[in-house]
Structures are given as structure tokens and as C-alpha cells.
Write a new protein. Structure first.
Length: 164
């Protein structure tokens, strides 16, 4: 088994962001690995804002991206503060684009050995129809991908498994 030197927590700032961060930070401490936070602002959201702007509303894509980055930086600071991890040793990478493509690019550029990500709470029907960033990353990522589940998700999934 190769040594894990860099772990990326893919944080989408959902309800699972704190748990995903904590899990990745715990792994990084145990494995003495570098911790990187990867976060992607979806370009579809930016395009939607630009469409609204073209209709005469006073918003634009550039200000939207800057506002989201600032909001995410504040949220990340709170997440890190709530953990015991040394904030000075964390590298943060924000990108704008397709979340799957950008997370893959960060993984390669940063030479990441493991990606930790949470699952969004999609229903089974939504999952079948559109898939998820996690599912697509599992299939395409050159690094090991670990899926974090909190206790609530774990209980829900266990109920679906019928043991005879």
C-alpha cells in the first residue's frame, strides 16, 4: 500500500460539510498527511446569475462568484474553528466550473492521494435520474475516494438492508 501524503476534503457546504471536514482532518492527522480543502462554485449557477443580469436585474456573475467565495471562506473558518485541526496547515482551493471536472483537476494538480466527500441527501429517484458528483467522482478519480456518512445517513442506509 502506498503512503497517503495528501488528502482533499471536497466540501460543497451542505449539511454534511462539518462532518466531512472532521473525517478528512482526522484521517490527515492519523496518516500525517497534508489536508487540502477543495470547493467548486458550479458554473451553471454563475450562468443563471448572468442570465438574470441580462434581463436588467442588478446582479452579475463576477460579483456573485466573489460573494459566494467570501461566504464559503467564512463558513470554512467556522468549520475549522469547530474542529481541533490546525488551520495554518490547511490549503484551500476554490474553483468555478463543473464540480466533477474541477475536483478532478484539483486532485491531479495537487497530487492528491485520497479524496473525502460527503453525500448530498438526494432521494433514490433523483439519484437514478441525474446521478451525483460523488458517484461520478468515484468512477473517474485517479485517487482513492472515501465517502463520509454521518450517523443519520448510516442509520437510514442500514434500514434498507434486509438481513435474513
Amino acid at each position: 500500500m502506498h503512503q497517503i501524503k495528501k488528502i482533499m476534503a471536497a466540501i460543497g457546504f451542505s449539511d454534511y460539510a462539518q462532518g466531512t471536514f472532521n473525517y478528512a482532518a482526522d484521517l490527515a492527522q492519523i496518516l500525517n498527511a497534508e489536508l487540502i480543502i477543495g470547493s467548486v462554485i458550479n458554473s451553471r449557477d454563475v450562468e443563471a446569475v448572468e442570465t438574470i443580469s441580462s434581463l436588467g436585474y442588478e446582479v452579475d456573475g463576477e460579483n456573485y462568484v466573489q460573494g459566494v467565495k467570501e461566504e464559503r471562506k467564512k463558513m470554512l473558518a467556522q468549520i475549522i474553528e469547530a474542529s481541533s485541526y490546525d488551520k495554518e496547515s490547511i490549503k484551500t482551493v476554490f474553483r468555478v466550473g463543473n464540480p466533477i471536472d474541477e475536483l478532478l483537476k484539483i486532485t491531479v494538480r495537487e497530487n492528491v492521494d485520497m479524496v473525502v466527500m460527503g453525500l448530498k441527501g438526494r432521494t433514490d429517484l433523483e439519484q437514478m435520474m441525474v446521478g451525483s458528483v460523488a458517484e461520478k467522482l468515484f468512477r473517474r478519480c485517479p485517487a482513492t475516494v472515501v465517502s463520509y456518512r454521518d450517523e443519520k445517513q448510516s442509520r437510514r442506509l442500514k434500514k434498507r438492508i434486509h438481513i435474513e
